[in-house]
Ligand binder design. Sequence first.
Ligand code: ZN
Length: 301
Amino acid sequence: MRCRCAVPLSVTLAASAVLCAGASAQTGAPDITWIPERPREGELFVVRVTPATDDPVVLIAGQARTEPLHFERDPSGSFASLAAVPLGERSEFWVSLTLVYADGSERQVNERVPVLAGTYNHRELRVSPALGSPPNAAQRERRARESAMAAEVSTSAHRTPRMWTSAVMLPRDDRVTSSFGDGRVFNGQVSSRHTGLDLDGDTGDTVVAATRGVVAITGQFELAGNNVYINHGAGLVSAYFHLSEQLVSVGDTVEVGTPIGRVGATGRVTGPHLHWVVRYGHTSVDPRSLLAASAEVPSPQ
Ligand SMILES: [Zn+2]
């Protein structure tokens, strides 16, 4: 066990009311499906909405928990958006949609999404007292400041047009040394969840961008060490922790596979590896779920 990065679990509020409003331009209820059919706790999935035949839907807005959805129309006439099931959401999940028709009328729909509970490991970690002890006031202040910087990237990603494409790759093609969602107990005291995916590597090995986006942070954080955050737009963010070196600057546009840094052991770690983070807005998800979900949403024309 190497990485002990403590990224907080997102806490979100339940979606609520169900409203349906008929209007002149609407001929029938839309067909709403999920990919996969049972989205899994802690993973990305795709919401697909197919309007009734000849229904002049021009726009769909939506929200899943507190995260806005970003629908795009594909050549078949269906609309699709990524969405994320947070860790801790183990049975069901609500998505609220607003379909906007050509005449300006709207139809609101709330859909219950059945969720499969994830299966996670729980591991006991024993570390030196300096690493395992609670943070002091200065550390707490620093962590809060750095968390706020990261949260701002998530907020910005919801305001940024989609840049990511269905071309997505692992930032390192290497062994997984710690999975997303694993529970961690530090010295029998502090419990947390591992909200990234650890990929093996030696110091100096290349780390590449998982998909297209704009570099939002190149920081030196207490827990994450040297890091790169990428805003991929339409709510999607990825981050790369514990680097020995960053190869990009804030504002750089990166493509899938662009080298962005080198593996290191900076921050709160005991050995070199890459801790890879993927967030939909403020919701951390298993980065591996991006590979499957992104393939279900056609790339922008
Ligand atoms: Zn990690």
